[in-house]
Design a protein around this ligand. Structure first.
Ligand code: NI
Length: 152
């Protein structure tokens, strides 16, 4: 495993729509390992492949502060969403002075493939739903600062 450089706001790759992963090969497995390590080292709760300079539809999330569990998602798709939550977000690719409130769905259904090629379909709530939305936005070239919530 190796740490990867985290690309910052202004890098064009963060504004690109990432490519679907066609097959899970050694490069994808190594990328997943490196993304886990890079996210932990940076004390983040989520990381998307474009943030480490790879335009592929891959995210890793660490959605529970009380647990070390990390979920890897290849080709994630949000297929349902409902409710709303407003909370402050930040991003490893954006200076923390730009942290701001963002509205996200409270609940969603996420479908993704794991590193073994198994497709999953799960529901996520609250903070986990927020992290999934933030990271899947990265795969579409969207940063949270594009969506600042200005309500009250
Ligand atoms: Ni981010």
């Amino acid at each position: 495993m190796a740490l990867r450089n985290i690309f910052k706001e202004g890098e064009p790759i963060l504004r690109r729509v990432a490519r679907e992963v066609g097959g899970i090969d050694e490069r994808v497995v190594t990328l997943l390992d490196d993304m886990r390590e890079t996210m932990i080292k940076a004390d983040g709760v989520g990381l998307a492949a474009p943030q480490v300079g790879v335009s592929k539809r891959i995210i890793v999330i660490k959605p529970d502060a009380e647990s070390d569990e990390i979920v890897e998602m290849i080709n994630p798709v949000i297929s349902e969403q409902s409710g709303v939550q407003v909370g402050v977000e930040g991003c490893l690719s954006v200076d923390s002075s730009k942290n701001c409130k963002i509205a996200r769905p409270m609940r969603l259904k996420i479908e993704y493939t794991d590193r073994n090629g198994v497709r999953h379909s799960e529901y996520a709530l609250g903070f986990k739903a927020r992290v999934i939305c933030h990271e899947t936005d990265h795969l579409n070239g969207i940063l949270f600062i594009d969506k600042e919530y200005r309500g009250r």
